[in-house]
Design a binder for this molecule. Sequence first.
Ligand SMILES: O=P(O)(O)OC[C@H]1O[C@](O)(CO)[C@@H](O)[C@@H]1O
Length: 433
Amino acid sequence: MGKIKFDFENALTKSHEYEYLKPMIQAAHQTLHAGNGAGNDYIGWLDYPTSYDKAEFERIKDAAQRINAMADVLIVIGIGGSYLGAKTVIDALTHSFYNELPKEKRKTAKIYFAGHQISGTYLTDLLEMIENESVCINVISKSGTTTEPAIAFRVLKKALEAKYGKEEAVKRIFATTDAKNGALRALSTANGYETFVIPANVGGRYSVITPVGLLPIATAGIDIDAFMQGAADGQKEFSVENIDENPCYQYAILRNVLYNKGKAIEVLVNYEPSMAFLAEWWMQLYGESEGKDGKGLFPTKMNNTTDLHSMGQMIQDGPRHVFETVVRVENFEKDVVLELEENDLDGLNYLAGKTMSYVNENAFKGTLEAHVDGNVPNLVVSIEKKDAYNLGKLMYFFMKACGISGYVLGVNPFDQPGVEAYKKNMFRLLGKK
Ligand SMILES: O=P(O)(O)OC[C@H]1O[C@](O)(CO)[C@@H](O)[C@@H]1O
């Protein structure tokens, strides 16, 4: 199964700084669990891993099977929390070249994403890609009114209807939206689409554990029982009030200690390409939750060792307003052993017999040491291995820490009023009534 480990030995803080913030974390815990804090009508995610609708969960598995029987491609339409979590888990747990694999090896449908931007080029190319494919759509929008997915759905629905006829297209469209409200709910009722519910009390960035994440993840052949079990164990483990036994609360403390000491930027660092998208999901989670009232750590990412060759210089020697949180995977199922070569012209024989994970692990250790020497605090979050269980737990870890951290910061971690500003201007410019 596996516990999440949190190591803050290299946080470059003093123990009293950690101790001084403990009462605030305890207060945030009480507030979140009592449900009497800011944004308390959006904390449905907190016990969702155990309280979720079991019948709907079975229907998700059944729908995933039907999609895979009907289609070679599932197009997931959504933006922000309505796609980032699903893509994170699918990228992390499927083959690195999943969509390119031949069907016999892949077994489950290719997953393409749409509606996460407003590019006519992307949508034209996607339409070309699916010309000769059998297709299903999972359109996901909590509000049902978000422009990006609404445009993509209008275009792709028309393409599906042209290909299969209206009646057959209905069977191939699955909508995930609010139980009662919004244009997508109305459209689904009018057209007879099968629907799944995003609970009203769960915001987009906390929704990966709901049908929003679960249907695409299950369609990609990933074990959603294990994923939910990981989240459920996280729900229990990260509710432990003794902070010294709760890695999630320790992470929430440390990022606040560092913020209070003048750090402005938190970099989520990753050493495994299939885990790169976790940072995109994490950036929305923390960016939308904490970036308000002129406050909040600016969340960004580095995917190493790739980015050590672009941003490494900046981290090592640039302004000291940064700290890093490394997400570390301890064990890998797949690996490559480097072999001995007779002439050793590339000078790599010193690594003969070693695995690439071993080299990568030492790149991580060497980088951590260098950055800490350069005065960049480093926090490390480790999972035992990359599987559905550990991903469910890790994502719950970050969600819980975010709610707690936001309360300690003194913001409402569950709203995102600032996102409306660009929308208002765009609608005015577009002449929307
Ligand atoms: O699921 P919806 O309602 O389309 O929203 C998508 C995303 O847009 C936002 O509301 C921001 O506009 C995010 O919080 C959300 O995850």
